[in-house]
Write a protein that binds this ligand. Structure first.
Ligand code: BV8
Ligand code: ZN
Length: 260
């Protein structure tokens, strides 16, 4: 690790120890070291020949309400494929460090650590960031759950290996993954809780996100507007002007160093 990054890490570590209210926003980059490809990689790699069945499709087309309405079967099968390739993935040291921090903060009562994740892979929760115990907001939903498009009833049947779009047991409607699609509104309560956390924090950590998807990408500006210090952890800086401390490194590598 170069000298500059070492120096930045030292300063960020002091910020973390002094902060009272911390808001963490994670994106697909924190799951990269668990072997789950990020959204942009999926798009970039998509052009390589034979990069898997779905490489010729644009995730933004598939992860959209229009995409599902146009071809429910295809979108359903894309999610089934993603669930299949990701079911054996484990949390990496980035998830574990954040879960440990939340536990420590709750036990000591000295800090409030809110985790807002854009990820739907459930790895934060698997690492111990339990939404029943800690402030964990999965603003884009959860790929492991399904509900009815028409009546919103949760679909609790096991859908493993199912290639057809399941039928809702209550109204006969179409069952879909419980994720937020492009063009869909976020869950009102989750979004409000996320905005409040960003608005009230004194330290905002943006980890593993390209900050291109809204409204999540606006949280950093909201935190900055009320005076929070902004830290970004990403091997490819997002050139965001509001970042105070840029840690150019992989999350799985530096988070365990930042959080004792
Ligand atoms: C809404 C669930 C309104 C699904 C996802 C034009 C301009 C601005 C906005 C828009 C626009 N046109 C449309 C919009 C709105 C749109 C949007 O923002 N589009 C963008 C792309 C321009 N947003 C929406 O549609 C949202 N809804 O606005 O609704 C509304 C209001 C009322 C009523 C009706 C409607 C909904 C957005 C949610 C979409 N769903 N996921 C699924 O997963 O299938 S978003 C999807 O992208 C994932 O959740 C992903 O997490 C997220 C964001 O991407 P990132 O997490 O940042 O991942 P990415 O690959 O981009 O970056 C990874 C980063 O990690 C990189 O920077 C890389 O360098 C870094 N990295 C890599 N390795 C590591 C690492 N970092 C650290 N360590 C490593 N080892
Ligand atoms: Zn239904």
């Amino acid at each position: 690790m170069d000298k500059a990054t070492e120096q930045t890490l030292k300063e960020v570590k002091q910020l973390i120890q002094k902060a009272k209210r911390i808001c963490i926003l994670t994106g697909a980059g924190v799951s990269a070291e668990s072997g789950i490809s990020t959204f942009r990689e999926a798009q970039q790699k998509g052009n390589e020949p034979g990069k898997g069945l779905w490489s010729q499709y644009d995730p933004q087309q598939l992860a959209s309400i229009e995409g599902f309405l146009k071809d429910p079967e295809m979108v359903w099968q894309w999610y089934q494929w993603r669930r299949e390739v990701n079911q054996d993935k484990e949390p990496n040291p980035a998830h574990t460090a954040i879960a440990h921090w939340q536990k420590q903060a709750k036990e000591s009562g000295k800090q409030k650590v809110t985790l807002i994740t854009q990820n739907v892979d459930g790895l934060h929760q698997k690492a111990g960031s339990d939404p029943q115990v800690y402030e964990v907001i999965d603003i884009h939903g959860n790929i492991w759950q399904n509900h009815c498009l028409q009546c919103r009833e949760q679909h609790l049947e096991d859908v493993t290996g199912l290639q057809q779009v399941p039928e809702c047991q209550v109204c006969g409607g179409q069952v879909r993954p419980s994720v937020v699609w492009f063009g869909e509104a976020l869950d009102e309560k989750k979004w409000q809780d996320g905005e409040t956390a960003a608005y009230c924090c004194d330290l905002f950590l943006s980890i593993g996100t390209s900050s291109q998807v809204y409204p999540a990408a606006g949280l950093m500006m909201l935190a900055k507007s009320q005076g929070a210090k902004i830290v970004e952890i990403n091997p490819e800086p997002t050139q965001s002007l509001v970042v105070d401390y840029q840690v150019i490194a992989k999350a799985g590598k530096v988070l365990p160093k930042l959080i004792d």
